[in-house]
Structure formats: structure tokens, C-alpha cells
Design a protein around this ligand. Structure first.
Ligand SMILES: Nc1ncnc2c1ncn2[C@@H]1O[C@H](COP(=O)(O)OP(=O)(O)OP(=O)(O)O)[C@@H](O)[C@H]1O
Length: 304
């Protein structure tokens, strides 16, 4: 396998806001690589720098041997990028859009074949503005593939789709991957990332917390616990956060919520005992994957 996208120490600011702060990852040929994170984490900014749609402030990006900042036109030829909703005129027909976009590329795919392969065969004469949510997604994937790219970037593919359409779209993406296209997938949906991705970079507040396979991420967080209690006296959260078995400390009203590994509970109770504080209404839950991934992100912030 060889790397098709390499991002090293990417930095991007909007005014004073640091949107992407030292992001590095490598996408290998043939994989679906996910960038997963909450709203505002810096996912779209990262991929827009990869696509050459935004200029980075620092770091290096290599896409199929090209620098998107210096060689944007060539990157556009070789990288498939989804159009955002509303970028096509409502009255343009599906077949017209595909035919028009295929004319932008040196070596386009057969757009009629693509239209059939992506389940849009009966929609060629439909106006883009009249398509259903999942048909619009199919069209945007078709437009990302019409240039016959080796790599496609797909951003928030299934947002707003009903469960059935989401599953259909996921199957579609697997078919695209099986046809040999490497995919960089941006999502804030944990289930989508787990289902589709070979590897996932978890990004939060502009930084990558961890990169691993879905199974590896689950294993890392398998033993994570969520400990919730009301302290009987004022308690400095920083004392809890410093415990090696604790990954994150947050507050919910009067309650302290601590995420940590299977030793966290005894570490927390020892600390409370030392400070003569009681843990009222103590509750311990197994963290969900989502909680645990956020805890991993929190741990990274604490050690950054
Ligand atoms: N053009 C812009 N001008 C100013 N700030 C921006 C701009 N685009 C994004 N931001 C800010 O940069 C940060 C990262 O945004 P970005 O869209 O990259 O995150 P994201 O992870 O893709 O979020 P979402 O899932 O909501 O799309 C956010 O705080 C966002 O408000």
C-alpha cells in the first residue's frame, strides 16, 4: 500500500480562531479513512485544505504527489469532491449536470454508466431541485466520481437522511470503495464511521486525539467508566483530572462526572477520602463509545 494523502502539522486560522491546530494523518491507497469529530472540530477546514479550496497557514499536504496550494488545478482533476447542496441550479436535469461536470475533466468516467451504477438511471430527466434527500446524495457522489478520481472526499454524507436512506448510502460507498477509489470520509456520526471506515482519526478542537481502526478504538475505550457523584464539600476538579486513571472531568449541575479506566473508581474514592469528602448519590456506568471517544479527546487536550 502507498500513501495517497499525507497531511503533516496542518495549521489553519480564521482571524484569531485556530480551527486546525497541528493535524497530521496519512490515507493509504484503497482505504476508507474517516475524520470523525463533533461540530466545529475542524473536520471540514482540514479537508478543504486537502482539496485546495482553502489555503493553509502552516504544515505540509501531499495529494497524489501534488501540493494542493501550488497545484490546485491538477488536484481538482485527480481528487473527487462532493458538491454542497444548492450548488446546482434547481431546474438543471440530473443527466445535464453529470454531462456538464464530466466535460470539466481530462479523463472522465462514462457518466451514463455512473448514473446507472449509482441508482439514478431512472432520474436522468429529473430536475435536481426535485430529487429526494437520498437521490441528491447519490447525485453528489456521482458528481464526485465523474472525473474518474483515484481519491474521493465525502463530507457529511448522510446528515439529514432517514435511516433507510443512510443505510443505502453506506452500501453505495462500499461499492465505490470496492471499485478501487480511496475515500476520505468526514462525519460526526460514530455509527457511520464504525460501519464504513478502515481507520478513523478522531478530531476535537482542531487536534487529532487518536487515529486507529474502529476495533482498535473500541478496545482502547472498552474499560472506560463514567463515575458520577455529588461531592459533600467543595472539590477542585483539577485534583481529579490529575489522577492517572482519569481521562476527563466535567460538571453537570452539582454533580461531578469523571471518565476513566477500570481503576478510576478506586483512585477517585481514595482521593475523596484523603480530602474527607463524601461521594453522595454515587453512580458508575460503562461509558458509551461516544462518551469514551470524547474522553479520549479530553485526555489529549489535558496532555497537549
Ligand atoms: N469561513 C470561516 N470563517 C470563520 N470561522 C470559520 C469558518 N469556517 C469555519 N469556521 C470555524 O472554524 C471552526 C472549525 O470549523 P469546521 O467547519 O472546520 O468544523 P467541522 O468539524 O467541519 O464542523 P461541522 O461538523 O459543524 O461542519 C469552527 O469554530 C467554525 O466556526
Amino acid at each position: 500500500m502507498s500513501a495517497v494523502i499525507e497531511v503533516q502539522n496542518l495549521h489553519k486560522k480564521y482571524g484569531h480562531l485556530v480551527a486546525v491546530d497541528d493535524v497530521s494523518f496519512t490515507v493509504e491507497e484503497g482505504e476508507i479513512f474517516g475524520i470523525l469529530g463533533p461540530n466545529g472540530a475542524g473536520k471540514t477546514t482540514t479537508v478543504e485544505c486537502v482539496e485546495g479550496l482553502r489555503n493553509r497557514d502552516g504544515g505540509e499536504i501531499n495529494v497524489l504527489g501534488l501540493d494542493p496550494r501550488q497545484e490546485r488545478a491538477e488536484v481538482t482533476q485527480q481528487l473527487g469532491v462532493q458538491l454542497q447542496d444548492g450548488q446546482l441550479p434547481d431546474r438543471m436535469q440530473v443527466a445535464e449536470a453529470l454531462s456538464l461536470y464530466s466535460s470539466f475533466y481530462r479523463n472522465p468516467a462514462d457518466w451514463r454508466h455512473l448514473m446507472d451504477a449509482l441508482g439514478l438511471g431512472s432520474n436522468g430527466g429529473s430536475a435536481c431541485g426535485k430529487l429526494s434527500g437520498s437521490q441528491k446524495q447519490r447525485l453528489s457522489v456521482a458528481l464526485a466520481l465523474v472525473g474518474n478520481p483515484q481519491v474521493a472526499v465525502l463530507d457529511e454524507l448522510t446528515t439529514g437522511l432517514d435511516p433507510r436512506s443512510r443505510r443505502d448510502t453506506w452500501e453505495l460507498i462500499e461499492t465505490v470503495r470496492d471499485s478501487g477509489v480511496t475515500i476520505l470520509l468526514v462525519t460526526h456520526c460514530m455509527e457511520e464511521a464504525e460501519r464504513l471506515c478502515d481507520r478513523i482519526a478522531l478530531i476535537d478542537k482542531g487536534r487529532i486525539a487518536v487515529t486507529d481502526t474502529p476495533a482498535g478504538l473500541t478496545e482502547r475505550v472498552r474499560t472506560e467508566q463514567r463515575i458520577q457523584f455529588r461531592p459533600s464539600a467543595p472539590l477542585d476538579d483539577a485534583l481529579l483530572a490529575q489522577l492517572p486513571d482519569v481521562s476527563a472531568v466535567t460538571r453537570q449541575g452539582d454533580y461531578v462526572v469523571v471518565a476513566g479506566n477500570h481503576n478510576a473508581l478506586s483512585a477517585v474514592t481514595c482521593l475523596l477520602a484523603r480530602h474527607q469528602i463524601m461521594a453522595e448519590h454515587l453512580r458508575v456506568d460503562q461509558a458509551t463509545l461516544e462518551d469514551a471517544l470524547l474522553a479520549l479527546a479530553g485526555k489529549r487536550s489535558a496532555t497537549a
